[in-house]
Design a protein around this ligand. Sequence first.
Ligand SMILES: Cc1ncc(COP(=O)(O)O)c(C=O)c1O
Length: 371
Amino acid sequence: MVNFRLPGPTPLPPPVIEAMGRPMIPHRGPVFRAFYTDLLRRVRAIHRTEGDVFIWPASGSAGWEVAIVNLLSPGDRVVATVCGDFGDRFAKAGLAFGLDVRRLDVPWGQAVTGAALAQALEAHGPVRAVFLTHNETSTGVTNPLRDLTRVAVEHGALTMVDAVSSAGALPLEMDAWDVDFVLSGSQKAWMCPPGLLIAGIGSRAWDAHARSTFPRFFWDISAAKASAASGMTPATPPLTLLYAFDAALQLIEEEGLEQVWDRHRALGHLTRTGLVEIGLELFADSAYASDTVTAFRPPAGTTAGTLIDAMRCDYGIELQNGQAHLADALVRVGHMGWAHASELREVLVALAAYLDIQRSPGHGAALTTAR
Ligand SMILES: Cc1ncc(COP(=O)(O)O)c(C=O)c1O
């Protein structure tokens, strides 16, 4: 069996696969309404919110758009925090909708700190919202979300949080941390196939929504709220994916949310210490290293692509390369969702064996001769 260690999509637990075999039911009927009402209640609990949560058939990227068109208006000034490729895309989504986007860029591999955000907010004057990436999947950095939302709120800005690779794995307290809008995708720590966008909407977000002037239809959170009040969705729901999500939530509930957070903390630690022990260089600032994905540099003389091919062909392990300008300079190991210590140890053993071969005398010569 392949040891599938991408930072998304992630492996599917057997109960999730099994749940997808459930039959179709009428999506306006009583069974669906009871099912969906209960599902949303459980998703709220995991987001630690008394506010609203809604689910759409979409990938995570649609969440940026849902946040923008529902909470903002053309020309609104926002600060977009960027420490990697996903923060960059969130900022670009803002530009595409004609927002006045002020970027706070930090070098990739580092985190956006509360102090840096405070400075940016003071420099740019009143802003309507701050775009935050909780866990920057492209670099393996977890930003200090609580510090960032505190600073944003002190400056009167809404907090829009991309939690695509953190929700369901890393501590995230929507209400206690003043998160106004949070988005995630089913294919990450939620242990489901790609295809569900999950969004949480807090009370300040509804005030902003009342003032927002963007046109919207499919993504309208008012429509989602009105339908959810009677256990439904505005359009046909992706039943099979919702069944998968139901089974995945049950696994999280059985393990306990805080135990899930602890497991991820332990997996992050195991992965990072193991990689360093075998002589690989981690990319992220160690103070902000992510417990859902770890990025490391391929050894000198090798590219990410070569290493990933070797892991796939020789060891049956799927790893992921970096993104954008770091495509060939980083290798990423996913350890979120249905992930366990034994699978990460297998990755470390395989990488150690690969490194031994790379370092063995004559290896370079053999390569040269082969060419
Ligand atoms: C932090 C983050 N944001 C957004 C996305 C985009 O999600 P999707 O590919 O589901 O559209 C990803 C995908 O990996 C992500 O990791």
